[in-house]
Design a binder for this molecule. Structure first.
Ligand code: HEC
Length: 140
């Protein structure tokens, strides 16, 4: 175990988070800017919805693009499990579909892709809940 992992472990213990042998702590890297990044993600998703309702294709496309880029940042990829990778890939595909539909000025295809994106949000969060991967307790 290297120094950084020890630091992570100590940070977890000192914040009072539950740590047990089964916890995927080894695959989790904690960074203080993770939650702000995640909130930017929510903002981008809301902006896509705004763009969809107003049929502002450039707004839809640019926010879908920045969401996809956001998902490639290291702070997004805090959870290093295969399933999280898969969920992230599905998420990126949904972003890509939104962007392409918006570029083609296809409102209904963009709307459908947005629904898919929303499902991706919920699915990944459910995966984390089911596996008790919860970074929120590291905040403050
Ligand atoms: C591939 C997995 C994944 C996907 C997909 C995903 N998230 Fe997240 N989300 C995370 C992780 C990891 C965190 C940080 C851990 C936590 O808050 O428990 C997080 C945190 C958040 C937070 C901050 C929670 C807090 O406590 O402040 C919000 C808001 C959020 N996500 C919204 C969304 C929205 C909206 C989408 C879809 C546009 C989405 N997420 C898609 C993994 C994901």
């Amino acid at each position: 175990m290297n120094a950084f992992r020890w630091f992570v472990l100590l940070a977890v213990v000192s914040t009072g988070a539950m740590v047990s042998a089964q916890d995927p702590i080894d695959g989790v890297v904690i960074r203080e800017n993770v939650v702000p990044l995640m909130h930017r993600k929510l903002d981008r998703a809301k902006d896509i919805l705004e763009g969809l309702t107003l049929e502002q294709y450039e707004k839809i496309a640019s926010n879908a693009r920045s969401l996809r880029l956001l998902s490639m940042e290291s702070d997004w990829n805090v959870v290093q499990t295969q399933e999280y990778q898969k969920q992230s890939n599905d998420f990126r595909r949904a972003c890509d579909s939104i962007e392409k539909a918006a570029e083609a000025k296809d409102a209904s295809r963009a709307a459908l892709a947005y629904v898919t994106l929303t499902v991706r949000c919920i699915e990944c969060h459910r995966y984390m809940r089911d596996n008790k991967i919860d970074l929120t307790s590291y905040r403050k």
